[in-house]
Design a binder for this molecule. Structure first.
Ligand SMILES: [Cu+2]
Length: 200
């Protein structure tokens, strides 16, 4: 009897939670998905690409992302975040690294193994991420107006999920080339495909 009653209560709570999620304005709906392929010439820069929605109205909670330094590299090579987010720069190498960005206007100094530094990205744009000690170290930090962005994998595929239904301008950042902006209409629970050509 007791078990049955508590199960009923759980179901009731589940129903209330579902209704809350379904109610507009109270919690963000699941939205739609944008996916596609980006054809990059030259192909070796395929992974240095971010697909993003240019402007999506909303207030986005600030998050913290991590960029590691491991094996004498920045990891990931391309990081996509939202304006106001913090990046935690870690060092998991046995040597000291420095973290600076000429366009980003920051230099977090030089720090040793198992230390870290943070930086808040207060403006949109794409910033090269460098280490003054190891000139071969390079990464990119893409800072979008909104969280609806995705990095592109080796095959040129990207996926942006949980996009609120609407019509948006969708654009591409690439380290060496450009692609024309496009218009995309996203519907609730649907997947829409948008492909791009990136050329010099
Ligand atoms: Cu370094």
């Amino acid at each position: 009897m007791t078990i049955r009653r508590s199960r009923c209560t759980d179901l009731g709570q589940l129903l209330v939670a579902s209704l809350l999620f379904a109610a507009p304005g109270l919690a963000r709906a699941a939205g739609g998905t944008i996916t596609g392929k980006v054809d990059v010439t030259p192909p070796k820069y395929t992974e240095e690409t971010v697909v993003y929605l240019k402007q999506v109205a909303g207030q986005y909670p600030h998050k913290t992302a991590t960029m590691d330094q491991k094996g004498m590299r920045f990891l990931p090579h391309v990081l996509a975040i939202t304006v106001g987010d913090t990046v935690n720069f870690a060092n998991h190498d046995a040597v000291a690294h420095n973290v600076f960005s000429p366009e980003g206007g920051y230099n977090l100094g030089t720090f040793g193994p198992n230390e870290s530094r943070t930086h808040v990205f207060a403006k949109t744009g794409t910033f090269t991420q460098l280490c003054s000690i190891h000139p071969e170290m390079l990464a990119f930090i893409f800072v979008g107006q909104n969280p609806y962005s995705a990095t592109v994998d080796k095959a040129g595929t990207y996926t942006i999920t949980d996009v609120p239904p609407g019509t948006y301008q969708i654009a591409v950042w690439n380290s060496h080339g450009k692609a024309a902006d496009q218009s995309v209409t996203v519907a609730e629970g649907k997947t829409v495909k948008v492909n791009f050509l990136v050329r010099k």
